[in-house]
Design a protein around this ligand. Structure first.
Ligand code: SAH
Ligand code: SF4
Ligand code: F3S
Length: 449
């Protein structure tokens, strides 16, 4: 096979969840360490990494069309690597279907990317979807070594990976592997580097982030609440968030942290998926609608202003009209600030894919339209109800209009305002107008303490 030249520029395109975004950032760092530079916007890169998502069918199919789009007029392509969850689940098929793909690398193996690039430039096609016993985190160079990269005001930090819950519809336990918590010392070290590089807010990430546990510097076993409390002691860090959590791992200690750790933002993303216990059982969720609502009550008791978010699946096999009404009832009972909702998508290899009573497409469509109308109504109501509040906003970027800025409220609302500020500032605003997607505000003090 012919060998190609060493790539000089790269582009990493990440799809799916925030953990994939985190992985994409780490891959970019690895490539930069190899002397490969990020390709300028609009220019073709020598090496393209598709960091893919397998969660629903549409997401997975996207990979193939994206690969096709890179083909040049003479039929050649840049060096293409497929990473992420589709690589893990369908690596062999990708290699068969797409000759342009030279590397397939799973989510637990991407620290080996530099070696794979050497192989690929020598003309060999390589696949690595191992889940090695030593974690990739041990093999990756320490993040942001030498402080080369500036961090945005919000930085992602993966603390936990994988899932042992095996919901019957979900590919994550297969694509990401078993639940693993990263060691406390490594996380504190990485947090420090992110803050030194400019982060003011840290978003702790995991498929079941609240299942994280570790040993602190004194050898005591701690949970996510302990990690949050320690991070909160870092003076330069202003805000802490975490996502995504499982209802069964909402411990008393974590709930208590919502009540007394000021830097822990009043926002909780807690997926429920459905409001019918029959459906929840078939999904293997191991919680009921009532136990879920009880968790929310306990969080609200210590943090009355908490903004709630969730995930829903409509049209799970066997879901009846009555089951779906239970979902709508649960939505009404909670009053979510925002939510994600999806049509059920059968995934090969998961138990639900072969269950009887798969729901027809038109029924799914009708249900998701109704669900999203209800969720949209509540989201708007939440934003409207926040008008008049004074709060701090972490400035993220310029808005579309001249002089306009965009930041996030403590409740994760997108807030637009005018003023003389800079990215990364924490400013005080008064919320003046609420809509479906965003809230407008008036700047009160330029820079808060
Ligand atoms: N670990 C997280 C979520 C991971 S996937 C958790 O349990 O909360 C993100 C969301 O995608 C899920 O919460 C679920 O709502 C949705 N999802 C997962 N598998 C799906 C499938 N097969 N079809 C449709 N939606 C799905
Ligand atoms: Fe998937 Fe369920 Fe695990 Fe979430 S808890 S990642 S939905 S199996
Ligand atoms: Fe998608 Fe994998 Fe995340 S399937 S949602 S990228 S864990």
């Amino acid at each position: 096979m012919p060998s190609t030249q060493n790539p000089r520029t790269y582009r990493v395109k990440s799809f799916g969840c925030q953990m994939n975004v985190y992985d994409g950032e780490r891959m970019a760092e690895l490539l930069t360490d190899q002397g490969i530079a990020a390709a300028p916007e609009g220019e073709e890169a020598d090496l393209v990494v598709f960091n893919t998502c397998h969660i629903r069918e549409k997401a997975a199919e996207k990979v193939y069309s994206d690969i096709g789009r890179l083909r040049r007029e003479d039929g050649s392509s840049p060096l293409i690597a497929v990473a992420g969850c589709v690589a893990q689940a369908e690596g062999d098929e990708i290699m068969r279907r797409s000759p342009a793909v030279k590397m397939v690398v799973g989510p637990q193996a991407y620290h080996r990317l530099p070696d794979m690039i050497r192989e690929a430039t020598a003309g060999r096609r390589v696949t690595d979807t191992d889940m090695p016993a030593e974690t990739k985190f041990d093999a990756l160079p320490a993040r942001n070594q030498g402080g080369r990269r500036r961090s945005g005001p919000t930085a992602f930090l993966t603390v936990q990976e994988g899932c042992d819950k095996f919901c019957t519809y979900c590919v994550v336990p297969y694509t990401r592997g078993a639940e693993v918590s990263r060691p406390h010392a490594a996380l504190m070290d990485e947090a420090r580097r992110l803050i030194d590089a400019g982060a003011r807010e840290i978003m702790l990430l995991g498929q079941n982030v609240n299942a994280w546990y570790g040993e602190d510097a004194r050898g005591r076993r701690i949970g996510l609440d302990g990690l949050i409390r320690e991070l909160a002691d870092i003076p330069e860090l202003a805000r802490i968030r975490y996502t995504t959590s499982h209802p069964n791992d909402m411990t008393e200690a974590l709930i208590a942290a919502h009540g007394d750790v000021e830097k822990l933002m009043p926002f909780l993303h807690l997926p429920v998926q459905a409001g019918s216990d029959r459906v929840l059982r078939a999904m293997n969720r191991s919680h009921t609608a009532e136990s879920y609502l009880k968790v929310l009550d306990r969080v609200r008791a210590v943090r009355p202003d908490i903004a709630l978010s969730g995930d829903f699946i409509v049209g799970f096999p066997g879901e009846t009209d009555a089951d779906f009404e239970d979902t709508l009832r649960l939505v009404d009972a909670v009053g979510y600030a925002q939510c994600f909702s999806f049509k059920y998508s059968p995934r090969a290899g998961t138990p639900a894919a072969t269950m009887e009573d798969q729901i027809p497409a038109e029924v799914m469509t009708e249900r998701i339209v109704r669900l999203q109308a209800a969720l949209g109504r509540d989201q708007t109501a939440f934003n409207v109800a926040s008008v008049g509040k004074t709060c701090q906003v972490l400035v993220e970027r310029k808005g579309k209009l001249p002089g306009q800025w965009l930041g996030k409220s403590p409740w994760l609302q997108s807030v637009y305002f005018d003023g003389d500020v800079a990215v990364g500032d924490m400013v005080t605003v008064e919320l003046t107008e609420g809509g479906y997607n965003a809230v407008s505000a008036r700047l009160l003090s330029p820079v808060a303490a």
